[in-house]
Design a binder for this molecule. Structure first.
Ligand code: ADP
Length: 448
């Protein structure tokens, strides 16, 4: 009872990625798009396309009623939300199910639980996952903030419970800074998420960001597909990711993998998910769980040979996982560069027309992108336009291949972050795998 038709509720490279998985499974696809995306590659390739609104995401890609209508009109069986937009919107997942479609993802309850960082942290802690020391729940008064901070010790990080994309996060190094930061974080959270609730955590000084990919079917089978190291960040946004992490060995991977799988089983979670940790001095500290496919999923696919979108679809259709942890084999090394249409020095978005385009190829090179020569990047959405993923038998082979592939990549007409990646892959610290979550900010500052 596999789906016959899947509606892809997203745009850009991830819409194309989902279309490709469906096509290979013999499933027909429906693209939904705004008027700004009439000429997008996934719209061209999908079996059917429905325009759901004007360019503004609020009126199109976030328009639940329009997406559900498109699913009805086209007779789709299931909806894949991709990442961003409605992918972690529990109300949407619920509406999808109430209208008789399958939501390709976890249950609305699990999305809701993990979408609130305070309930998420409590839930995973109860399920045996180590968390960053911090407040028990939200910090609602200045007095509580001061008390909690004194308890965990400075510096502390104030975070929005509804947070995402690094918004509503403030560091406080002492009591004087704390009250001000607490107010700022609440205001920013209120403005960005309509929810001013914040909580507090110990601010870790030099951690790596390491996340575990898990897959769980509807019958209690859970596996992990290893970790991704996403420490190379700018303004809490990932720039380049690798798998496996240069900082972990097989024993450490197996240990945190087992903790993650046991917790997922206890929570009764299903479909794909990512548990994000900070890793410092040999210890893992949970920061959040993402209940969706992640941008950087291809590096996990590269080292495991498992198609994550295919697995999401199979699980949602009710198929059993069909393999155990022992069947999951890790081989080689993968790196991913996120290519943004931005000035590589100032990071100011640079939408516009692609005048010339040539994607790299060859053994172990994958480009996930909807770009083509003559395509006009609309100014209304995220500036990520391509992902370059390379695989090698060793980290060094992957690095050499990445340098080679970056050298072949031509994107003309708009500024991109390719020059940043070109510099990054020559840097000695990066080559040695010697970096934490703050390293890239310093690297960028040195080169601007
Ligand atoms: P968001 O959902 O906004 O992305 P996360 O909780 O995932 O927020 O954190 C994003 C990034 O912020 C992390 O990858 C890390 O770089 C930094 N960060 C989060 N929590 C801490 C902490 N307790 N100490 C130090 N850095 C942190």
């Amino acid at each position: 009872m596999m789906f016959e038709k899947v509606l892809i509720a997203n745009r850009g490279e991830i819409a194309l990625r989902i279309h490709r998985a469906c096509r290979e499974m013999g499933i027909r696809t429906v693209a939904v798009h705004s008027t700004a995306d009439n000429d997008a590659m996934h719209v061209r390739l999908a079996d059917e396309a429905v325009c759901i609104g004007p360019p503004s995401a609020r009126d199109s890609y976030l328009n639940k009623a329009a997406i559900l209508s498109a699913a009805s009109i086209t007779g789709a069986d299931a909806i894949h939300p991709g990442y961003g937009f409605l992918s972690e919107n529990a109300d949407f997942a619920q509406m999808v199910e109430e209208h008789g479609f399958v939501f390709i993802g976890p249950t609305p309850d699990h999305i809701r639980m993990m979408g609130d960082k305070i309930t998420a942290k409590q839930a995973v802690k109860d399920a045996g996952i180590p968390v960053v020391p911090g407040s028990d729940g939200s910090v609602d008064t200045e007095e509580t903030a001061l008390e909690v901070a004194a308890g965990i010790g400075y510096p502390v990080l104030i975070k929005a419970t509804a947070g995402g994309g690094g918004k509503g996060m403030k560091v406080a190094r002492n009591a004087d800074e704390l009250v001000e930061s607490w107010k700022l974080a609440r205001n920013e959270a209120k403005a960005a998420f309509g929810n001013a609730d914040v909580y507090m955590e110990k601010y870790l000084g030099h951690p790596r960001h390491i996340e575990m990919q898990i897959l769980a079917d509807n019958y209690g089978a859970v596996v992990h597909l290893g970790e991704r190291d996403c420490s190379l960040q700018r303004k809490h946004q990932k720039v380049l990711e690798e798998a496996p992490s240069p900082a972990l060995n097989a024993d450490q991977r197996a240990r945190i993998g087992k903790i993650a799988c046991d917790a997922i089983a206890k929570l009764g979670y299903r479909n794909a998910g990512t548990i994000e940790f900070l890793y410092e001095n040999g210890e893992f500290y949970f920061i959040e769980m993402n209940t969706r496919l992640q941008v950087e999923h291809p590096i996990t696919e590269a080292i495991t040979g498992i198609d994550l979108v295919r697995e999401q679809i199979r699980i949602a259709a009710g198929a059993p996982l069909g393999y155990t942890q022992a069947d999951v084999r890790f081989a080689g090394h993968a790196l991913e560069c996120r290519v943004n249409a931005e000035d590589p020095q100032t990071f100011v978005p640079c939408p516009g027309r692609i005048e010339g385009y040539h994607a790299p190829g060859g053994l172990g090179v994958r480009v996930d992108s909807g770009l083509y020569s003559g395509y006009r990047i609309p100014p209304h959405y995220d500036s990520m336009i391509a992902k370059l993923i390379v695989f090698g038998n060793t980290r060094n082979e992957a690095l050499m291949r990445l340098r080679r592939a970056l050298g072949e990549y031509v994107i003309e007409g708009v500024k991109t972050t390719l020059p940043l990646h070109n510099r990054l892959v020559q840097d000695a610290d990066f080559v040695n795998g010697d970096y934490d979550i703050h390293w890239l900010e310093k690297f960028v500052a040195q080169h601007s």
